[in-house]
Design a protein around this ligand. Structure first.
Ligand SMILES: Nc1ncnc2c1ncn2[C@@H]1O[C@H](COP(=O)(O)OP(=O)(O)OP(=O)(O)O)[C@@H](O)[C@H]1O
Ligand SMILES: [Mg+2]
Length: 454
């Protein structure tokens, strides 16, 4: 009987086995079905690959030269939370099987592994994990079905094919980082590294060596030569996250590097050519920052070549149930729960739609995690009352019914009262200025001015 061959197109798989023959034979078979396959013979080698590259699937031998395959699970989960990790075992029983499965190992596979059975299994598991996404083929991690989102991402495949900078804008938690990864994965640079830098998280004094690297002895404490993120990302994509937080002084250095296509490691005279594609992201209104003189206009134009604007979740409500189901399912899997997934009652769905989700998808994900933990085994339907307990106070609902009670001391001055209200609005909006301004009935500029006056 002829078996239908599974399609692994676009799937990235890391085979970890110290037996080179197995690496080769599995690698060849999986590649033949469309997957991209990396191989590693030791934990160390596999660790390096996981750090620098994105894999959807890890196939790990139980025992490797320098340790146990399972030791890599936390690293894999950290970098690729939505991937599938399988252990390949030589013989029958495994002591810690149950614990491992609870911690997120997808399954144990017995040697010898039949490549076609394995491929069918991988294709089924990935499809189940990513739901309808595989159908839209943009990127298996990026879930959406709302036309507003399809519209927002319509240009992405064309953008990805070019080598120009992409600038992703969107409120906090709207998926900017995920979209940046998608750009990389569907670009011709997909086999190169994806390196992310959070520009707001690196102290100004470290930016230079962090991005451009340094030579040994370049400064006290520089005991070894260090390649900066630009060099690490060579051949791939450099993701400059929170670009709006980059200190003004440093922006000019960055601009120079982008224009020249060369860097100099700190303490070195030598210029190194760089080969990276830049994707930048910000939750700030950069146009406004340019007007306010806190973001350089020339750098802005250099980055704002291929723009992507991610809509907030409240403007793509068609994705709410899809994502809620996805996050619930994922948490159930992570907890090793095999009881069926409950559905949302009509009124609970209504509640999910009415809530404004100021923290967007991240907030939805966190809410679903908390919900999953509380759902008792026998629950088949999640009621509105049950869900309500996990959502913030009624003030955050879009229809504006009810509201938080914020005490303002009777002897407060108008300025003090204003400050209290502004703080509360910022907190309620998840520190999203645009949203906070809207809640206060102000323009974003006015709010910014008031904050600067504080
Ligand atoms: N379309 C999506 N499908 C599945 N998961 C998503 C989607 N969008 C976002 N997520 C998940 O939501 C979380 C937040 O996304 P991400 O970190 O990309 O947001 P962000 O815009 O970079 O946020 P911030 O501005 O706070 O850094 C992540 O766990 C991400 O995997
Ligand atoms: Mg981010």
């Amino acid at each position: 009987m002829k078996r239908e061959l599974p399609d692994l197109e676009g799937m990235r798989i890391l085979v970890m086995d110290d037996d080179v023959a197995i690496q080769r034979s599995l690698g060849r078979a999986l590649r033949g079905l469309g997957a991209e396959v990396g191989c590693a013979g030791s934990l160390r080698e596999a660790g390096l690959k996981l750090e620098s590259d994105r894999y959807d699937v890890v196939l790990a031998d139980l025992k490797l030269r320098d340790g146990e395959g399972l030791e890599l699970l936390p690293l894999f989960q950290k970098h690729h939370p939505q991937g599938c990790f399988y252990l390949i075992t030589g013989h029958g029983s495994v002591d810690n099987a149950v614990t491992a499965l609870k911690h997120g190992v997808r399954d144990y596979l017995q040697k010898p592994v039949d490549p076609i059975d394995l491929a069918s299994r991988l294709s089924r598991d990935m499809a189940a994990r990513h739901g309808s996404v595989l159908k839209n083929r943009l990127d298996p991690y990026l879930l959406f079905q709302d036309p507003v989102m399809s519209e927002a991402l319509a240009d992405l495949p064309r953008f990805a094919a070019l080598d120009e900078p992409v600038l992703i804008r969107g409120e906090t938690g709207t998926g900017k980082e995920l979209v940046a990864m998608a750009v990389h994965r569907i670009s011709p640079r997909a086999t190169g590294p994806f390196v992310a830098v959070n520009c707001g998280a690196i102290p100004e004094s470290m930016l230079e060596s962090e991005l451009f690297g340094h030579e040994k002895g370049a400064f006290t404490g520089a005991t070894k030569m260090h390649r900066g993120r630009f060099e690490q990302a060579s051949g791939g994509t450099l993701f400059l996250d929170e670009i709006g937080e980059m200190p003004l002084q440093f922006q000019v250095r960055l601009l120079r590097v982008l224009e020249d296509g060369e860097i100099q490691r700190l303490g070195s005279e030598q210029r190194v050519r760089i080969d990276v594609r830049i994707v930048a992201a910000t939750h700030r209104d950069l146009n406004e920052d340019v007007e306010a003189g806190i973001f350089r206009r020339d750098l802005f134009y250099r980055l704002d070549v291929l723009p992507v604007q991610l809509p907030p979740l409240r403007e793509r409500k068609g994705d709410i149930l899809l994502l809620a189901g996805h996050f619930l399912r994922r948490t159930f899997e992570e907890m090793g729960r095999d009881s069926g997934l409950p559905t949302f009652a009509g009124e609970a769905e209504e509640l999910l739609y009415r809530y404004s989700w100021p923290g967007n998808i991240r907030e939805l994900r966190n809410t679903m995690t908390r919900l999953a933990v509380r759902i008792p085994d026998n629950m088949q339907e999640i009621s509105a009352e049950f869900l309500q307990k996990l959502l913030p106070s009624p003030g955050s609902f879009q229809d504006g019914k009810g509201g938080d009670f914020i005490p303002v001391p009777a002897d407060a001055t108008l300025a003090e009262a204003q400050e209290i209200l502004i703080d509360a609005a910022l907190k309620r909006s998840g520190f999203n200025r645009k949203l906070a301004a809207a809640m206060l009935g102000l323009g974003e500029r006015t709010l910014r001015r008031k904050l600067n006056e504080k």
